[in-house]
Design a protein around this ligand. Sequence first.
Ligand SMILES: [Zn+2]
Length: 275
Amino acid sequence: MPALQPSAFRAAIAAAILVLAGTAARAGDVEPGLRLGPHEGERVVALTFDACSGATDRRILDTLVAERMPATIFVTGRWLARNAEALAILEAHPDLFQIENHGARHIPAVTDAPDVYGLPTAGTLPAVMAEVEGGAAAIRATTGREPHWFRGATARYSRDAVAAIEKRGYRIAGYSLNADKGASLPAATVEKRLAAAHDGDVVIAHINQPHRASGEGIAAGLLALKRAGFAFVRLDDVATEARGEAVVASAAPAHRASKAPPPVAAVPAALPPGE
Ligand SMILES: [Zn+2]
C-alpha cells in the first residue's frame, strides 16, 4: 500500500476528526436552560406553556385571564388548526399573552437520533428548519405576527439544530422549572412544584391536556404563587439569560442540572404528536 502524501494524510486525519466529532455530538444533545436576568424589586416568574397538539386546558387559560397573569404560549401549527376558540381568547388579551413558535407538527429539532421519548425526530437540518418555518407560517397566518422565540418538541435539541435555529434569528426558549413533566404528574405534585418557584424562574408547563390531572395542579399553583406575592412576566417583558444547559444523551431520559428530583420515568417535557 503506497504511503499517503502529506496533504492526503492531513485530509485523512481531518476526516477522522470529523467522524469523531460526529460521534461526540450524538452523545451531546442539549436541553437549554433559561432564567430571567437580574432585576430589582418584587419576585418575578415567567410562565411559559406549550400547546403541543390536541385541545386547550381551560382550567389554566381561564385562571390566567381571570387573575390577569401574563404568559408566553408556545403553539404548533397543528394546535392552531384545532383550537380557534382558544386562539381567539389569546388574541383578545394581547396585554397578557405572547404567542411563540413550538413548530409545525411537533417534531423534535434533533438530527442525530431517530427518536426522543418515542417521538420521531426531524433527522436532518432541512427538516428541522421546515418544522421551524412551518410553525412560524401558521402563527403568521392566524395572528399576523412574526414569532421570534422557538421551543422544539421535547425541548431537546442537537447542537447543529440550535445553531441553525439561532442563525435564523430565533432565541431558543429553555426553562429552569419543569412544573408538570409533560402534563404527566398528579395535581398535588404539580401544585407543589410550581408553588416552589424561585425568583427569576422560567416555568414550563402544558396547556393542551384538559383531561389530565396536571392542569388542576397548575391552576392551584398559579394562585399560590400570586398569594405569595410573585409577579408574572412574558419572555419579551424582561431580560433573560441562557443558563444551565443540560447535556443529555440522545434518546435517553432528561438529566436536569437543577435541584429538581430526577424523573421517575422517561417522561417528555413535551407530548407526542396526536396528543
Ligand atoms: Zn410540546
